[in-house]
Design a protein around this ligand. Structure first.
Ligand code: NAD
Length: 309
């Protein structure tokens, strides 16, 4: 049911724009829950991947994803692209949507962009919720993402059944933009933890410690974090560097987090260092690098490749 003002629940039709690493498994959860999904991506390969993964054909335009749906979800690289797709060049894809359609931006966008988008959508009769996610591809695949939803309370509650189809925990974080602010801050903590763990391994290796032992000890000790548990052996020491989250996107999130601190006039020296470090790594490693390759960048600063010498 998705009656006007009612909960957005199966079998309501949902538009889903952005079928990348995260978008496909998230849209797949909606199909499994019984929603009708009108999915679109600008890349033909992404549309083909969606069909291969779900057995459902993607639609041919962003406007088609917005037509006759209760809500439109965006899962795109950043907030500027979200605005471009929804409102760009004339009226954007939302010209095809009925007033009252709820827009849910699940991308990791900047909260400043989000508030500007809401100001553009409101006069056209569209409510906006920012509902970014954490947990990566693995938790998108099993529908257990953490979701942080900002927006008007009644609207967040209307879309809770929809969000719950993709996430194990849906937090109402407060007013519009608060979800995106929370997400950027989460990724700052995550990125700082990854750098700390990578540096510890590089230093420990040079000291003669076995890298697997370093990770085992950290995981049994107070230095444990998400990266020591889920990334160091699995992505870094294995040499896989294939977590499904790009270094470029993490760099964007750090820019957002440090920018929030700057806007608020709050000194956040470690966030600033992280922002600069990841920007340098992004420039050095180039497009396509996985975020776990920050280890390779740090190893390069010592003139090595991070292998035991
Ligand atoms: P991705 O690069 O794999 O996918 C983005 C998709 O958007 C691509 O398929 C691309 O073709 C499409 N796209 C770009 N411009 C478009 C346009 N104008 N119109 C239609 N489609 C367009 O990215 P991702 O890893 O899926 O991440 C998506 C968002 O989720 C980002 O904001 C990211 O920061 C965030 N995020 C990613 C992860 C992760 O682990 N990958 C985890 C949490 C949050």
């Amino acid at each position: 049911m998705s009656g006007k003002g009612g909960a957005v629940a199966p079998p309501a039709a949902i538009g889903f724009i952005g079928l990348g690493q995260m978008g496909i498994p998230m849209a797949q959860q909606l199909l499994r829950a019984g929603f009708e999904v009108k999915a679109f991506d600008a890349a033909e390969a992404a549309r083909a991947n969606f069909q291969a993964a779900t057995g459902t054909a993607a639609v041919e335009s962003a406007a088609a994803a917005c037509r006759d749906v209760a809500a439109v979800i965006t899962m795109l690289p950043d907030g500027k692209i979200v605005r471009d797709v929804l409102c760009g060049a004339g009226e954007g894809a939302l010209a095809a949507a009925d007033p009252g359609t709820i827009v849910i931006d699940m991308s990791s966008s900047s909260p400043i962009d989000t508030r500007a988008l809401a100001a553009a959508l409101e006069p056209r009769g569209f409510a906006l919720v920012d509902a970014p996610v954490s947990g990566g591809v693995k938790r998108a695949l099993d529908g257990s993402l953490a979701i942080m939803a900002g927006g008007e309370t009644g609207t967040v509650e209307r879309v809770r059944p929809l969000l719950s189809a993709m996430g194990a925990a849906v937090f109402a974080t407060g007013p519009l933009g608060s979800g995106h602010a929370m997400k950027a801050l989460n990724n700052y903590v995550s990125a700082a933890g990854l750098v700390a763990a990578a540096e510890a391994i590089l230093v420990g290796r040079r000291f003669g410690l076995d890298p697997e032992t370093i990770v085992d000890v950290l995981n049994a000790s107070t230095g444990r974090n998400n990266s020591t548990e889920k990334k160091m052996k699995q992505q870094v020491l294995s040499g896989d560097f294939a977590s499904g989250f790009s270094l470029a996107l993490m760099t964007k999130d750090l820019h957002t987090a440090a920018g929030i601190a700057r806007d608020a006039g709050i000194a956040a020296p470690l966030a600033q260092v992280c922002e600069d470090l990841w920007a340098e790594a992004d420039t050095k490693l180039g497009a396509g690098a996985d975020h776990t390759e920050i280890y390779r960048f740090l190893a390069g600063l010592q003139g090595g490749d991070g292998e035991a010498s």
